[in-house]
Design a protein around this ligand. Sequence first.
Ligand code: TMP
Length: 235
Amino acid sequence: MNKRLIYSGKAKDVFETDNDNELILFYKDQATALNGIRKEHITGKGNLNCKISSLIFHYLMRNGIETHLINDLSDNEQLVKRTKLIPIEVVLRNTIAGSFARKFALDEGKKLDPPVIEYYFKSDELNDPAINESQIESIGIANESELQEIKKQTLAINKLLVELFNQDKLDLVDFKLEFGHFETGIILIDEFSPDNCRLWDQTSHQSFDKDVFRKNEADLVTTYKKVLDRLEGVR
Ligand code: TMP
């Protein structure tokens, strides 16, 4: 299959294929923090993120959430539907942590009920600035009904994933999603892995996500492998 690199991101490369309706995602053995300022090669990370994301997207699809995933091509590659990216990152928070704790000088760990939904405008140059619903609508990123759809899907995904991780004795603290326009409507794209969520062990409260790398707390590959093992153990 011919493939041509069209985008190289921090954690993934994106390739065009002979088929205009499909793309290939290649998960890199690379971890970044501080918006790419800190960058490290980590053997095995791409493989783990690809497997974890695939497992989670298949679980979501079995439960009625449409995603861009078609199938896995190798340990590090997925074939996905080509969509028109909606340039916002949607963050959902079930529990206070990270930038939310810092922004409002709050202690980490308190549950947020209802969950908080935030949006960030996808722009490496601008450092992904926060953006609100009114700004998203007024500058034409998404209209009111599209935003409602994104919110509805985000909440449904949250409910399903809280249940999934709960079976593995992990609390889903927060996560980031991306969406794209497809012929069937707005669908979930990108990935779901410990790179873009926070998972805390329900007993030890240890992090099982990229915070171990950001804070130099534990080995990233060992940590992500534990997440994969737990997810595979219950299914
Ligand atoms: P934050 O607390 O740093 O704002 O992050 C909230 C959640 O969103 C956390 O699970 C990590 C994820 N996230 C990304 O995946 N990419 C990003 O660029 C940012 C800022 C957060």
